[in-house]
Design a protein around this ligand. Structure first.
Ligand code: F6P
Length: 319
């Protein structure tokens, strides 16, 4: 393979730049020309494609966001629209494409692979909701961002003897909420994968107050309900001074953690290895600290699973 391209797609995540850097440097190391597709699939359609040399990815590994930019591009589901993108790549003689993104981006990548562009996916999303990998790029950084905020909120919650409801991202997955609840020592976590009674939460807060507890932190995953709805629900069962914090897009920003930079670098280089071996239609991942490859169709065939043991542990330690 002489020419490949790389793009970032869907919601950005810290570490995407490190992944692109690894793709570019690894490919150039092996005498392969690399092109960056700007603005995700949108840029593929509009031909926003430029060659990247080794210097183009200098000073990028530590940056949040994605210098290639990203977009949500529902039009890409249309085969005619995809064909335009394929033609743009073929005009430049590009045979392989690396797509850094989440589940939706993988679906586009799978179609492109079927339609003649050899494609590899790299899991890039803060949600950690992709099958075939223990971790996605950006999850660790987002987790650390949330923990920092939880620690700060705990200070003021305690000063004012308040209950705080902190709404975190994750789309339909509870990973960010669960991990931040365990790491942040939250009293309660609500995730889409397990139902929890609001009465039960209220009882726990009440028991805490009786034991002299000064505050209570509830982390709610956006996939369960909004922080405001959670506060409304809670009000039906207990009368406590409550505040809601919606962390929002701050969770997607910031310089990537060391873990995310290393993960992204390993994924990016491995994606190029696979393309050089003519292995395509695959997404890379990491399982038990070993790099893995999984067919796109296997990734879509089952639902992402939460770590049940961690859920139990979080509940046990937050008594
Ligand atoms: O998939 C990443 C994510 O940040 C989700 O956690 C969240 O639900 C969604 O993207 C927000 O999307 P947007 O940036 O398009 O509002």
């Amino acid at each position: 393979m002489k020419k490949i391209a790389v793009l970032t797609s869907g919601g950005d995540s810290p570490g995407m730049n490190a992944a692109v850097r690894a793709v570019v440097r690894k490919a150039i190391y092996h005498d392969i020309e690399v092109y960056g597709v700007y603005q995700g699939y949108q840029g593929l359609i509009t031909n926003n494609i430029k060659q990247l040399d080794r210097g183009a990815v200098g000073d990028k590994i530590q940056r949040g966001g994605t210098f290639l930019q990203s977009a949500r591009c529902p039009e890409f589901k249309d085969p005619k629209v995809r064909q335009q993108g394929i033609e743009n790549l073929k005009k430049l003689g590009i045979e392989g494409l690396v797509v850094v993104g989440g589940d939706g981006s993988y679906r586009g990548a799978q179609r492109l692979n079927e339609e003649g562009i050899k494609t590899i996916g790299i899991p890039g999303t803060i949600d950690n909701d992709i099958n075939g990998t223990d971790f996605t790029i950006g999850f660790d950084t987002a987790l650390n961002t949330i923990i920092e905020v939880v620690d700060k909120i705990r200070d003021t919650a305690s000063s004012h003897e308040r209950t705080f409801i902190i709404e975190v991202m994750g789309r339909d997955a509870g990973d960010l909420a669960l991990w931040s609840a365990l790491a942040g020592g939250a009293e309660t976590v609500l995730i889409p994968e397990f139902k929890k009674d609001v009465q039960e939460i209220a009882d726990k807060i009440q028991q805490g107050i009786e034991r002299g507890k000064k505050h209570s932190i509830i982390i709610v995953a956006e996939g369960v309900m909004s922080g405001e709805d959670c506060a409304e629900e809670l009000k039906k069962y207990i009368n406590v001074d409550t505040r809601v914090s919606v962390l929002g897009h701050m969770q997607r920003g910031g310089s990537p953690s060391g873990i995310d930079r290393v993960l992204a670098s390993r994924f990016g280089a491995y994606a190029v290895d696979l393309l050089m071996n003519d292995e395509t239609g695959l997404a890379v991942g990491i399982q038990n600290n070993k790099l893995t490859k999984t067919k796109f169709e296997d990734i879509f065939s089952s639902q992402h699973k939460i770590d049940e043991e961690m859920y139990r542990l979080t509940n046990e330690l937050s008594i």
